[in-house]
Design a protein around this ligand. Structure first.
Ligand code: 3BY
Ligand code: FES
Ligand code: FE
Length: 411
């Protein structure tokens, strides 16, 4: 049976409330299907506007087989292109990030303007038409300081996500922030294991000693419910909303993204050992850091986020293979906050550097055990792992119709 039929069968026969069958976490053919049916079709968070504040600023990334470059044009617009030269296909931008007046291919120096137009190609003859060989565009949207791309020819409508997310994020002024630090770790586990781990705090008390000083392990915070089960959360939302900060739990119909604000323990302001702020200057001049807790956003399959009053921590997930996933974390502070004066970098990044490493170990042990021929799907906790079930349900519901839609997939 080919992988597509096998996957469809396993999705249709899966036991709800149980983890997925082994091939979803280890099989290279299932991984290709994830790439084709999810990663190459949906909106993906790639980075922040503030990372490329000036014309000519760019960053690159790799999504499966696709190298992509994201660049700010002279008109201030952020655009994305396939990072593959229209001459013979070389990668045009070869560094992780940079600044350039024009994008010059290192192979034979074909030169592209920041809007992708080919402006220079040496010795191509009189009948060569440069207009036919611009860089291929990739759909690109920017919302409240977050840049998303979509590799599909016909991307899904981005407007509903924008409408949900923007009011929550706009007050925090991330467009005007700066990245104080970024770190990428490779986790030896399938991207879905990274997400399953992220969507519960059942593991927190035993694994995250530093995070647990300020982040509540209550399933009402990480999971899918909220105020109806937890009066403290209801009170928190009411207070923040009265201060002009949208806070209630909102999730889209398909369950692909949600935003909500959550209180931290003992009114902590930041993820530090004491709960006191890590950055003296607030992220946004319009938002106090006191008693606003953390603004949580996830958008499957690429990002989860914590926005505090003094800084923000954003996460980007990119799959590398069936059994490897890159997680990039960025710590954002006010653009005028000064390291060593307004914040101590080691203190700022401590909790999430540790937490990420703790999560990496958990995910890798999970992946290790799942490889055993003795593995079989196990039951999620109805009390603590509602968020994980929600993720797996989203995945199954998202991929099933695309699998069923019949096109042959594997080369
Ligand atoms: O980053 C997070 O939000 C998740 C939630 C619980 C634990 N984990 C760190
Ligand atoms: Fe880019 Fe030749 S491949 S200039
Ligand atoms: Fe964790």
């Amino acid at each position: 049976m080919d992988a597509r039929n096998e996957m469809l069968k396993l999705i249709r026969n899966r036991r709800e409330g149980f983890s997925l069958a082994q091939p979803f976490y280890i099989d290279p053919d299932f991984y290709r299907l994830d790439l084709e049916l999810i990663w190459y079709r949906d909106w993906l968070f790639v980075g922040h506007d503030c990372e490329i504040p000036k014309a000519g600023g760019y960053f690159t990334l790799q999504v499966g087989d696709y190298p992509v470059v994201v660049v700010r044009g002279r008109d201030g617009e952020i655009r994305a292109f396939h990072n593959s030269c229209r001459h013979r296909g070389s990668r045009v931008c070869t560094t992780h990030k940079g600044t350039a007046a024009r994008l010059v291919c290192p192979y034979h120096q074909w030169t592209y303007d920041l809007d992708g137009k080919l402006v220079f190609a040496r010795h191509m003859g009189d009948d060569f038409c440069k207009d036919d060989f611009g860089l291929k565009p990739v759909a690109c949207e920017s919302v409240a300081g977050y840049v998303f791309i979509c590799l599909a020819d016909q991307p899904a409508d981005f407007a509903p996500f924008r409408a949900l997310m923007e009011p929550y994020f706009r007050p925090h002024n991330l467009v005007d922030a700066k990245v104080a630090h970024e770190a990428t770790i490779i986790e030896k586990g399938n991207w879905k294991l990274v997400w399953e781990n992220n969507r519960e705090c059942y593991h927190c008390a035993a694994n995250h000693p530093d995070l647990c000083k300020t982040y509540p392990e209550a399933p009402t915070i990480t999971g899918v419910s909220g105020a109806q089960d937890d009066p403290e959360i209801a009170e928190h939302w009411a207070r923040c909303e009265a201060a002009g900060l949208p806070s209630q739990f909102r999730i889209d119909e398909a369950g692909q993204y949600r935003a909500t604000r959550a209180p931290l323990l003992r009114d902590a302001v930041s993820y530090t050992a004491t709960g006191r702020r890590a950055v003296r200057r607030n992220l946004s001049d319009r938002v106090s850091a006191e008693r606003i807790g953390t603004l949580l956003l996830y958008h499957y399959p690429t990002t989860w986020n914590h926005i505090l009053g003094d800084h923000a921590i954003t996460f980007r997930v990119l799959p590398l293979s069936a059994t490897e996933t890159a997680v990039t974390t960025k710590w954002l502070v006010h653009k005028d906050a000064v390291e060593g004066v307004d914040y101590d970098l080691a203190e700022l990044i401590h909790v999430w550097t540790e937490t990420n490493d703790e999560d990496r170990r958990i995910v890798e042990e999970n992946a290790f055990g799942i490889k055993s021929p003795a593995y079989e799907p196990g039951p999620y906790s109805g009390i603590h792992e509602g968020g994980v079930m929600q993720f797996v349900d989203w995945y199954a519901r998202f991929i099933e119709p695309r699998l069923a839609d019949g096109k042959p997939s594997l080369r």
